[in-house]
Design a protein around this ligand. Structure first.
Ligand SMILES: *Cc1c(COP(=O)(O)O)cnc(C)c1O
Length: 403
């Protein structure tokens, strides 16, 4: 660990300095962007991934790259993890973690509600490789316990879950996993390390889409896995290098720059989201708002316990979702009607429950009912950006006149 990653430092200091140091040759203060696929090698270095260890000099960028390495160190410092590995996207991180932890004949319990591509990956590709998957509502601890099997190797959670913002009690699920000899992995994209540090609650691995809050500016896609150094070194050799979904140094450099302001951005996202959530909750055309920071969130008590920041994601429901989606797409002047989240720009998108349930979440009737208790007929997922909160509420107010 470099002294810049000293964990006794404040989170704002770590976000700026961890993983970085002035360039020894040029004394440049900002991190170098090293756009080189290859590095001039010592002829004694082997050409096998097997011989690679975490302090081998740089050889080839698919194995390791100085800019990506700085990002990995900063991410690990922020999450309180021993190690991080960066990937080309959040989904490259998710799929690599699943391929590393599971093999044919293993069983995994996966949250019945996850990011759509994770749901689809675990509905189709993983079972086709002989990996058994059970989808479980992880907010129901008895259901988690009941789904365990002798060959359960992994529980995979997402908290808060995209898109409905349902939480999982991570400490409780970690205990259940460990008593059964399984590991807990958590997609913590919606929380960020500013809100929740799953490893400190007992989780074994964390995954992030860096494309969201961690980059924060909507211009670079990336992902990461965080966890124990020895396992991640093995994961890098056996999966990351061989499946090859590694992060471009240029994207790493953009994400490094975004991360420097993560703690202060998250404070502003939370402040804006609380203002917008309260405004929507009191608006006559809004049927329901779900935001972990509102006392009306069904798990507000857990959110208060588990999230040091309520983040910037909320959902709202209206009477006629499809009509409102058209009105918002047409009339919003500041907020973009677009997918994705965690950017400085506010983004809103409509997700009809019937579509989500049919294409992504293939649920049993009880799970469907639990989904609908959060999402009704459909939700607007609103990622509250960093604009002036009063401008966002005014923008929503004028657009809602049209519905
Ligand atoms: C966006 C997202 C992902 C996938 O990340 P990409 O960078 O788009 O591949 C995974 N999980 C969650 C919760 C997300 O929001």
């Amino acid at each position: 660990m470099s002294t810049s990653a000293d964990p006794s430092r404040g989170i704002e200091t770590l976000a700026i300095h961890a993983g970085e140091k002035p360039d020894p040759t040029t004394r440049a203060s900002a991190p170098n962007l090293v756009m080189s696929t290859t590095f001039v090698a010592d002829p004694s270095a082997g050409f096998s991934v097997e011989g690679l260890d975490e302090d081998t000099p740089f050889i080839y960028t698919r194995w390791a790259n100085p800019t990506v390495d700085q990002l990995e160190q900063k991410l690990a410092a922020l999450e309180g993890a021993e190690r991080a590995i960066a990937f080309a996207s959040g989904m490259a991180a998710v799929s690599s973690l699943l391929l590393y932890t599971l093999k044919a004949g293993d069983h995994a319990i996966v949250s019945d509600i996850t990011y759509a591509a994770t749901a689809e990956l675990t509905n189709e590709l993983l079972p086709s490789l002989g990996i058994e998957i059970t989808k479980v509502n992880l907010s129901d601890l008895a259901a988690v316990q009941a789904a365990l099997r002798p060959n359960t190797r992994l529980i995979y959670a997402e908290s808060p879950a995209n898109p409905i913002i349902r939480l999982t009690d991570l400490a409780a699920v970690a205990r259940i996993a460990h008593e059964a000899g399984a590991k807990l992995a958590v997609d913590s994209t919606f929380a960020t390390p500013i809100a929740t540090r799953p490893l400190s609650l007992g989780a074994d691995y964390v995954v992030h889409s860096l494309s969201k809050y961690l980059c924060g500016h909507g211009d670079a896609i990336g992902g990461a896995i965080l966890g124990p150094a020895a396992e991640l070194a093995e994961l890098r050799k056996k999966v990351a290098i061989r499946t090859g979904g590694i992060l471009s140094p240029f994207n790493a450099w953009l994400i490094l720059r975004g991360l420097a302001t993560l703690p202060i951005r998250m404070r502003a996202h939370e402040e804006g989201a609380l203002a917008v959530a309260r405004f929507l909750e009191s608006h006559p055309k809004i049927r329901r708002v779900i935001y972990p920071g509102l006392p009306s969130h069904p798990q507000h008590e857990l959110a208060t316990r588990q999230m040091a920041n309520f983040s910037g994601m909320l959902t709202f429901q209206v009477d006629d979702g499809p009509k409102a989606a058209e009105a918002l797409a047409k009339h919003l002047q500041i907020i973009h009607y677009a997918v994705s989240l965690g950017h400085h720009r506010s983004l809103v998108f409509y997700l009809p429950s019937a579509d989500m349930l049919e294409t992504s979440f293939k649920l049993n009737p009880a799970q469907k009912a639990a989904y609908q208790s959060y999402a009704g007929e459909g939700i607007f997922r609103l990622s509250v950006g960093l604009e002036t909160p009063a401008d966002l509420t005014a923008d929503l107010d004028q657009a809602l006149l049209a519905i």
